[in-house]
Design a protein. Sequence first.
Length: 232
Amino acid sequence: MKQVQGKINSSVYASLQGQSSPQHVAFLRQLEKELKVEESLVVPLSELTVVVFDLETTGFFPEQGDEILSIGAVKVKGGEVLEDTFYSLVHCSRELTPEIKELTRIEESDLAEAPELSKVLVDFYDFVKGEVLVAHHASHEKKFLQHFNWKLFRSQFKHRIVDTSFLLKLAEPNVNLVRLEDCCEHCSIPVVDRHHALGDAKMTAQLWSIYVERIQALGIKNLREVYERLSR
């Protein structure tokens, strides 16, 4: 978290009123101290625990007012998908478009009593702890987390986030697959609960586990070597 003269002053707290609590800010500050971003680069892929996650949103542009509707996540260690999961809807007072409701199967009534985004993000980061984040074509998720971390907490997004497409490129450089459902069908992963945050996270976790095994078979031992191979 960005600090001014080593502490958050009263004016910063005032700017966060109605958005997040001082307790949330303090929690995230402590979490950032515990992040081990560089250490994660050298952990053997067979031992690396990651949190594979997905966001459902009202659109693609948080800077233009689009919001997060739900967050789903599942942990994976090495090539094993664990049963440790996270899911929450997010309070949203705006009217959803028919397209978004059809795509996500989320209705305004589902979100009316859901927790505020600041609470959901704190709970999500508590679930993640210091682990590496993984998402399928992660630029969407990263953009939303960067935007709302700053808007709600005046905090930079500092978690390492790895895109599943990195592993696909290394394992199968001649295969051009983009959509999650196409990647899953390619790997014989059943497409279940598509465009549900936890459903997509679980499918992406299976995809990650398959390709972690495949790139290890190519002699790639850790994330540092993933990045080195991609830069060639």
